[in-house]
Design a protein around this ligand. Structure first.
Ligand code: PLP
Length: 408
């Protein structure tokens, strides 16, 4: 494990790790659902609510001006974190809203019969918005199939492309299996075929370097709560050349340059896309959370989590009947498994009694789990984050072993 990584210090940053569940110390292995929050981010958040409350971009008074500056600094932090320009960063309330935004705003450029390609690995949030617009505008939705390993079939992707293909919406990391897709290969092919690309970075943002310039997609989305920030804040990154053509999907205060009784003129981007009072405190807290991550270093995080995952895979694979889905080389911090004849929810409940939090079921990825992989018992998903340690991994493997002895 990395010597640069001060796990003791990091664990002490997360007060929730000190709680007990049913008299057992908490072992939180559900960070793919949402991460715990560091005290310094929450302290800054409560300071904003307790002493700095105001609305932004509107008043001449000092509180409003200070908070407006903090909000724009948060936008700058996000831009720096993903190597974007500041005006390309739009605050939303999460990944789901960001994808719906693109689907609703961009669909008007598609004609009847246009095709959208998504993958079988997607979270429902990157399926349903496309199903909706496909029905509404008469578009065709195509799914890239998985290989038996759970990885996407690249050849199948290339075979799906036609002259009518307009958009590829692809997750960087599968939330159900933890498989990281080689998205650059997909982007290169899409570009050659003049296909626009949306990347879902919800699951990859906290442990993989995200560089929108290098990736060269058109849209990228993620949620703050998956990277140590509060809920209710997300990001939609839009490549600068598309900002003018993208239509705001909702309208209201704060996004106009002028209004009369019949019409309005839009403010410049990104403000034109942020109608109404935005999630001010949440956005500023996201900025702090990103600074927290930057101080540890994403490469350190990636290496540390991978070392824990390797130990976890090793331990679980020794348990009779456990089948891990997806090769270790393609994953960083998620291990999902099935056990023949055992339903995942039984495992989840027995682990919970021992203070261990994991997620079970279809993971908002029913087309993948049920249709593609044919799994009817659900998956048990163990997801790791910066604050987990080797002792927790060993304890979890031990508990899974005991659970299965009881259940069989
Ligand atoms: N996409 C992926 C890959 C996810 O993991 C999630 C959440 O689990 C989402 C989208 C939806 O994110 P949110 O619920 O924060 O909008």
């Amino acid at each position: 494990m990395s010597n640069l990584y001060d796990i003791k210090k990091i664990r002490s940053d997360f007060p929730q790790l000190t709680i007990k569940l049913k008299k057992n110390p908490l072992i939180y292995l559900d960070s793919a659902a949402t991460t715990l929050k560091p005290k310094e981010v929450i302290d800054k958040l409560s300071d904003l609510y307790l002493f700095k409350t105001a609305n932004i971009h509107r008043a001449a008074h000092e509180l409003s001006q200070n908070l407006s500056t903090d909000y724009e600094t948060a936008r700058e932090n996000v831009a720096n974190f993903i190597n974007a320009k500041q005006n390309e960063v739009i605050f939303t309330k999460g990944t789901t809203e960001s994808i719906n935004f693109v689907a609703q705003s961009y669909a008007k450029y598609f004609s009847k019969g246009s095709e959208i390609i998504i993958s079988s690995l997607e979270h429902h949030s990157n399926i349903l918005p496309w199903q909706n617009i496909a029905k509404e505008y008469g578009l065709v939705l195509k799914f890239i199939k998985c290989l038996p390993s759970g990885e996407l079939d690249f050849n199948h992707f290339t075979s799906l492309i036609s002259k009518k293909t307009k958009l590829l919406a692809l997750t960087i990391c599968s939330n159900a299996l933890g498989i990281i897709n080689p998205v650059k290969d997909y982007i290169n092919v899409a570009k050659k075929n003049k296909i626009k690309i949306l990347l879902d970075a919800a699951q990859s943002i906290s442990s993989n370097i995200t560089d929108v310039k290098k990736l060269d997609a058109d849209f990228l989305v993620f949620s703050g709560h998956k990277i140590f920030a509060p809920t209710g804040i997300g990001v939609l990154w839009v490549k600068e050349n598309l900002l003018e053509t993208l239509k705001p999907y909702q309208v209201g205060g704060g996004m106009i340059s002028s209004v009369d009784k019949n019409s309005y003129a839009l403010a410049c981007a990104p403000y034109r896309f942020e109608a109404g009072t935005p999630p001010i405190v949440q956005a500023i807290s996201l900025g702090h959370a990103l600074n927290y991550v930057k101080n540890i270093g994403l490469q350190n995080i990636h290496d540390y989590e991978k070392s824990l995952l390797t130990a976890l895979d090793e331990g679980l694979s020794k348990i009779d009947g456990v089948k891990i889905i997806g090769p270790l080389k393609s994953r960083v911090n998620i291990c999902s498994f099935t056990v023949e004849g055992v339903h995942s929810s039984d495992i989840g409940q027995l682990l919970s009694v021992q203070g261990i939090c994991v997620r079970t079921g279809n993971h908002c990825a029913q087309p993948l789990v049920v249709e593609e992989l044919g799994i009817n018992t659900g998956l048990t998903r163990i997801s790791l984050s910066i604050y987990n340690n080797l002792e927790e991994v060993v304890a979890c493997v031990d508990s899974v072993k005991k659970c299965l002895e009881m259940l069989r």
